[in-house]
Design a protein around this ligand. Structure first.
Ligand code: APR
Ligand code: ZN
Ligand code: ZN
Length: 388
C-alpha cells in the first residue's frame, strides 16, 4: 500500500493547489471537468487527494436540481469516495498526512450531546445538511474557479475533485491494508443500506423483508438482511433487469409492480401470510413508500425510509393507521456513527463478511464522469467507480 503515497507530495502541503474537478454550473447541464483552485485546510479541516469516487442517486438528484437546496451554482457534487490525507489544518489530532480515509457526509464531532447519545448518529454541527454550501468554520468556500469565483461545497464532502477540503469530523481513517477501491462504497450507499438492516431495523435470523428499489442502496439492504439470515427477502423494482443482480446478492423473490394486476402490498401479504416484518423504501417515491408501509405485518411491521423525497410532499399516511401497530422510521447513513463505527465495519468487509465487489458494475477514468452519470440515469449501473 506504500505506493499510494506517490499520489501526494510534500510540496503542496499548506499551499493553494490547482487541480481538476467536475463543476456543476446549472441543473441538468453536463458537468465541466476543468482546473480549479483548492485552498489549504483551515482550523479542524483536512485536505485530501481523492483517488476514487462514485456517483450516488443523491448526486443525481442534486445535479437535476430537484430541491431548492440543490440549486446552488457553481458547485462541486459527489459524496462517495476514498483517498489520502494531503494536508491537515490547525488543531487536527487524529489524522496525519498519508492516512487512508473515507469521507462521510454525516459527520461526527464526538463531543456534542448528539454524538454522546447512543440514540442518534446525527451530530449537532456536522450532520448532513443539503442547504449548506460552505465550510462550517468560516462560512466560506475552499474551492474557486481559475478566475477567482467561489465554488460551493456539497454534503460536507464535494468529492468530484482531485483534491477536496473537509471538516476532520467528516473523515474516517481506514486501515492501510484495506483496499481503497472497494472502501469507497462505505462512504454512502453500502453503509446506508446495510446499516438500515443491521442497525435501524436490526433484522434477525428467520425474519422477512421487502426491499423497494434495487439500486445500490436497496441491494445493500438485501446484503444486510442476507448476512443476518433473513428467511425471505422480496425485491421490488420496476426495472426487470434488477432481478439478476438482486438474485446474485440474495433476494429470494422478485416483484415487478408493472406485471401485477393487484397492488404490490396485496401480493406481498399473500406471499407471506399477512405481511413482512420489515420493508425498506429505497426509491425516493411516495407511492412506493405507501406500498412499503402497507406491505408489513400489522402489530409489529416496521418500514424504514432510505430514499430522498423531493419537497414539498408529505407522508401518505393517516395518523390512525399507526394504531394498527405498524411503525415507520427514517434512517440516515444506516444509523452508523461514522467516525467511531466505520473502521470496524470496514474490517468486517475486508474479512469478506459483506460482498462489496457486486456493487461495482462499471469503472472509468474521472474525466468520463458525464458518461457515468448517464449510466445511473438509465438504470444500467449500481456504482460506477471513477479513478482520479
Ligand atoms: N417502484 C419500484 N422501484 C422503483 C420505482 C418504483 N416506482 N421507481 C424507481 N425504482 C427503482 C429504480 O428502478 C432503481 O433500481 O429504484 C432504484 C433506485 O436506485 P438508484 O437510482 O440506483 O439509486 P440509489 O443510489 O440506490 O439510491 C436510492 O436513495 O439516495 C436516495 O432517493 C435516492 O432514490 C434514491 C435512493
Ligand atoms: Zn449517497
Ligand atoms: Zn457532534
Amino acid at each position: 500500500m506504500g505506493s499510494l503515497k506517490s499520489h501526494i507530495s510534500a510540496e503542496t502541503v499548506g499551499k493553494v493547489i490547482t487541480c481538476k474537478a467536475a463543476v456543476a454550473y446549472a441543473a441538468e447541464q453536463p458537468l465541466v471537468v476543468e482546473e480549479i483552485r483548492v485552498d489549504p485546510p483551515q482550523r479542524m479541516e483536512v485536505r485530501i487527494r481523492v483517488l476514487f469516487t462514485s456517483i450516488c442517486h443523491t448526486d443525481l438528484s442534486a445535479w437535476q436540481g430537484q430541491n431548492e437546496a440543490q440549486r446552488m451554482y457553481p458547485r462541486i457534487l459527489g459524496h462517495e469516495a476514498s483517498g489520502l490525507v494531503e494536508s491537515v489544518g490547525e488543531g487536527v489530532r487524529e489524522l496525519e498526512i498519508g492516512d487512508h480515509v473515507v469521507p462521510i457526509f454525516n459527520g461526527e464531532c464526538g463531543e456534542c450531546d448528539y454524538c454522546r447519545s447512543e440514540k442518534t448518529n446525527l451530530c449537532e454541527k456536522y450532520r448532513v445538511n443539503p442547504f449548506r454550501g460552505t465550510m462550517v468554520h468560516d462560512g466560506k468556500c475552499r474551492f474557486s474557479t481559475k478566475d477567482g469565483k467561489p465554488i460551493y461545497h456539497f454534503l460536507n464532502t464535494s468529492t468530484f475533485s482531485e483534491y477536496t477540503v473537509l471538516d476532520s469530523a467528516c473523515l474516517v481513517k481506514i486501515d492501510q491494508n484495506a483496499p481503497l477501491r472497494t472502501m469507497t462504497l462505505l462512504s454512502c450507499g453500502v453503509s446506508t443500506g446495510l446499516g438500515a438492516a443491521w442497525n435501524t431495523a436490526d433484522v434477525q435470523s428467520g425474519e422477512s423483508v421487502a426491499v423497494f428499489g434495487l439500486g445500490a442502496v436497496g441491494l445493500a439492504v438485501v446484503e444486510g438482511a442476507r448476512t443476518r439470515g433473513a428467511s425471505r427477502i422480496i425485491g421490488v423494482d420496476i426495472n426487470p433487469e434488477k432481478r439478476i443482480k438482486g438474485e446474485a446478492i440474495g433476494i429470494t423473490d422478485f416483484i415487478n409492480p408493472k406485471d401485477l394486476d393487484v397492488p404490490v402490498h396485496q401480493k406481498i401479504k399473500d406471499m407471506t401470510g399477512g405481511g413482512v416484518d420489515y420493508s425498506f423504501e429505497c426509491a425516493g417515491n411516495l407511492e412506493v413508500l405507501r406500498e412499503a408501509f402497507s406491505s408489513t405485518h400489522d402489530g409489529w411491521g416496521l418500514t424504514v425510509i432510505l430514499g430522498i423525497h423531493p419537497t414539498p410532499r408529505l407522508l401518505p399516511l393517516h395518523p390512525m393507521e399507526l394504531f394498527d401497530g405498524r411503525r415507520i422510521v427514517g434512517s440516515v447513513f444506516g444509523d452508523f456513527k461514522g467516525k467511531s463505527q466505520l473502521p470496524q465495519f470496514a474490517h468486517q468487509c475486508v474479512k469478506g463478511e459483506v460482498k462489496l465487489e457486486e456493487f461495482i458494475t462499471h469503472e472509468m477514468p474521472f474525466w468520463k464522469i458525464n458518461e457515468a452519470l448517464q449510466l445511473l440515469i438509465d438504470g444500467k449501473s449500481l456504482r460506477c467507480l471513477l479513478h482520479l
